[in-house]
Every structure is written in C-alpha cells, then in structure tokens.
Design a binder for this molecule. Structure first.
Ligand code: UDP
Ligand code: MG
Length: 312
C-alpha cells in the first residue's frame, strides 16, 4: 500500500491551522478506509518561521494525533523554499506526496482523484483551477497576464495551477536534483518530464486569516519565475539596442539628404542623433555583456542534464 504525505507550508496560520489539520485528517481517514493509501500516511506541517502560535499548534496537533507531523524551519524562507523543505523531508518517509496550502482555498476533495491518477501510473498530478470567478478583477487579470507573459518568455507553466499538486516519490527525488537556489516550483516541476495529468477544482476563499502574499511578494514571485527560467529579456535588450542603432543611422542619412534640400533645422538633428546613437550603442553593449552573464548564470545552477526514467 502506498504511503501518502500531505505537505503543508504554514506562515502565521494560527487562525486556520486546527481546521486545516482536521480537514486533512478526515481526507486521510477516508482514503485509508477506502484502501487507497497506507494506514500510516501522514500530514507534514512545515512551519516557515511563523511569528504567531503556529508552531505551538502544530506541536499540540502532533501530540494529539499520530497522523500529524511537523517540520520547523529556522526563520522565514518563503513559500517556495518551505514547500521544498517539506517535500524533500517527506520524500524519504513516503511513496507519494501532495502539497497544499494551509488556508484550504484548494479543494481537498480532489486529493482522492489525484491519488487515483497516481495509481493509474501518473507521477505528477496538477491541481488546476477551473475558474477564477472568486478572485478580484485585479488578481484575476494580473494572474492571467502573468501566465501569458511566462509563455511568451518561453517558460512552460500549467495555466491556473499553483502549488497544489501530487508528486510521486521518484518525481520528488528527481526534483531534489535541481539544485538551484531561486526556486519557482511551477516552472521546475514540468521539467521533470514524467507522465503528468490534471484534476480540476473550484478555488474558494481563504477558510480563515488573510493572504500571506501581498502584492510585493506576488511581484517578486513573478519576476523570479521569469528571470530564473529565461534569458530572453537580455536578448530583447540586445535587439532593442540594435534597432536603435539602425534607426539612428537611417535618421542620419535622412538628415544629410534634407540638409541638401534646405528645409532642415540647424543644430538640432546632429545633437539628438548623437544621443540616440550613443544610447543605442550602450544598450547593445549592455545586452551583449548580459548575454554572457546569462550564460554564466545558467551554468552556475548545476541543473541535472537528464533524468533517468528507469534502471534495469
Ligand atoms: N506561506 C509560507 N511562507 C511565506 C508565505 C506564505 O509558507 O513566506 C504559505 C502560507 O502559509 C500558505 C501558502 O504559503 O499556506 C500560500 O499563501 P497564501 O494562501 O497567503 O497565498 P495566496 O493564496 O493568497 O496567494
Ligand atoms: Mg491562499
């Protein structure tokens, strides 16, 4: 029987922790009863340096219920790092993991469907939001813009999927070999390459407490997602510099011609053109240097060059 670990990153979640624990224990009980997972399956709460009573509550839950385990991180390292810590810790203790936020916005009832797909042989199952009706107009449009922009930058992500997903033990093991320090799990998991599937659900409001992702953190996550996965922006700068240089040379030719046809403004053209030209050359140069930095950057990550699917 497969042992399931539900990994839950928590940052200042005292208001919702006990409810989350109860809800997830019920899910485990149901799946154990149906014979879909092993009886010693568990929930791993990862305390991401909370400043409130979150850790005390995790300790209390652990003392009371054998199914609850806890991982305490030293200081706040952010959602992505906390989730990774949880997954890598759970990896050695289970056969399959499900990651979910503490706030119960994601529908716990589709975990069963995820486990079913795992039994059908899928290594990664994405939880995908079927709609964003509950989101504010602002959140919805920025999120959609973000996914579009990511694909424009050549980063493969699953549309409307956050960090609610099932990963088999071997998928997590492969993931552990991605040693980069700027984590963006949504972009990294599709690189693992094992067979995937999706389940769909309606996302709810937070069960309690408020969002730990203010606009600033959201923007940081988006920027990190792009710059950790693509060096296209550097190429765009180079192209821009190149176009400006071409443009200013063309304008210089035009200025020369109009000089001889007598309707030119004296002085202005040469001044503005030299500014354009120097600006273009600078951008081109920065872009060129950037290309090299981009290369070094991609190298320094030490990403694995391949993933082994099977060994006989
Ligand atoms: N979280 C975390 N560390 C942080 C910020 C958030 O572990 O620095 C956790 C948080 O406790 C929650 C999950 O990440 O379980 C997602 O955060 P939240 O629900 O606040 O984000 P939103 O759904 O509003 O985007
Ligand atoms: Mg949330």
């Amino acid at each position: 029987m497969d042992k399931l670990a539900i990994v839950v990153p928590c940052y200042n979640e005292e208001e919702v922790l006990q409810l989350a624990s109860k809800t997830l224990r019920d899910v485990l009980d149901l799946l154990i009863e149906k014979g879909k997972i092993a009886a010693d399956s568990f929930i791993l709460f990862v305390n991401d340096g909370s400043k409130d009573r979150t850790w005390e509550l995790i300790e209390k839950e652990h003392a009371q219920y054998a199914q609850v385990r806890g991982l305490k991180l030293a200081g706040n390292v952010g959602h992505q790092n906390a989730l990774t810590a949880g997954l890598l810790t759970a990896m050695d203790m289970c056969d399959v993991t499900v990651s979910i936020d503490a706030d119960l916005q994601d529908d716990v009832n589709v975990i069963e469907e995820m486990v079913d797909k795992f039994h059908e042989g899928k290594d990664i199952v994405y939880g995908v939001r079927s709609s964003r009706k509950k989101d504010s107009f602002f959140k919805r449009s920025t999120a959609q813009g973000f996914y579009r922009f990511m694909s424009l930058m050549g980063v493969k992500t699953i549309y409307n999927h956050a960090d609610f997903r099932l990963m088999s033990r071997r998928a997590v093991e492969q993931f552990s070999r991605y040693e980069e320090s700027n984590l963006f799990l949504r972009g990294m998991v599709p690189l693992i390459g094992y067979e995937t599937d999706s389940v769909y659900y309606e996302r709810r409001e937070r069960a309690a407490g408020e969002s730990k992702y203010p606009f600033k953190k959201m923007l940081a996550l988006a920027l990190n997602g792009i710059t950790s996965f693509s060096i296209k922006p550097i190429g765009l700068i180079t192209t821009l510099g190149f176009l400006i240089v071409i443009g200013s040379v063309a304008a210089a030719v035009y200025a020369l011609i109009s000089y001889f046809t007598e309707n030119a403004v004296p002085g202005w053209t040469s001044l503005i053109l030299s500014i354009w030209f120097i600006g273009g050359v600078q951008l081109l140069a920065i872009g060129l240097v950037g290309q090299y930095i981009g290369k070094i950057y991609m190298e320094v990550k030490h990403r694995p060059r391949y993933n082994i699917e099977k060994i006989l």
